[in-house]
Design a protein around this ligand. Sequence first.
Ligand code: NAD
Length: 314
Amino acid sequence: MKIAVAGAGAMGGRFGYALHQAGYDITFIDRWESHVRTIRAQGFRIHINGEDVVAHIPIFYPEELVQSGATFDVVILLTKSSQLDSMLRAIAPIVTRQDTYSLCLLNGIGHEKVIEQHIPRSNILLGNILWTAALVGAGHIKLENSGAVDLCELHPNGKATAQKMVEILEHAGLNATYSTDVYYTIYRKALLNCIMNTLCTILECNMHTTGTSEHLRPIMMGIIGEFAAVAAAEGVRFDSKQAIEGMELSSRLDGIGVHFPSTYQDLIVHNRLTEIDCLNGYIMERGHHHGIATPCCSMITQLIRCKEDILNAK
Ligand code: NAD
């Protein structure tokens, strides 16, 4: 199977590297010039679990691949959410082929609505990643810890490819599962992002610190309540008790509590726009659509947007 990874940043790098190591035919697609130049000249430098390795994996700008007429069986989409539409536009001749499937593994909710503007539902696979990855600089990523990924097809047409991709990702050591309820896991992961990522970014603290102030508890519980109401209206399974347990677990100092989440990394460290529209912003928008009040998610969305403006994030 020929696989392209569209978005060769931190997480695209992790998935592409694991698949390449397992012997699969991998091509990276990215538009970040110094990243592409460095990888072509020196290889992709990967610091993985304390060891430095260099991987030589082909990387192309979208236009180069389109011009070359390259085709792929599966394109794994791993841009940030605000970049998804422009990536799909840039590689349209590749992803709109009848026999090409696109697997979306971005964080957040609702990406299929963007993808469906470019690709028929019958060719879309959707998943959820529980791995982490960090971008150190151009051509250089850092990978630690273990994780998992689950995915499924959006239309019966994609079932065989979804199952094949699970097999391939599992063989590459990425702990893959074929999901029977992918929206459940997407909402579960997004909830944690909506609580921890946003509050750590607004308050400029790590996940453990959010658990040290009792004043945050009502806001966290408010977000969970809004998620539960919107999930019910959207027909998505949601378990509030499990959500509270997950939130408490993530602030433990003997767990991932020391971590500064990706929204913090994006905005505070790298001065980049966040994925808020696919997190609290999505719950706010769907709440509005269903006539459900979402005061906590709305306030957090506006505060993050305000912080993006003040910091002149790009
Ligand atoms: P990243 O910024 O490191 O990588 C995105 C890459 O896409 C960049 O290299 C960028 O140059 C490229 N890109 C964007 N638009 C493009 C376009 N139009 N044409 C060509 N290249 C383009 O981001 P990331 O951290 O790898 O995150 C990707 C997704 O994975 C996000 O949705 C994120 O939330 C999710 N995720 C990340 C982590 C993590 O730990 N990094 C964990 C779970 C989920």
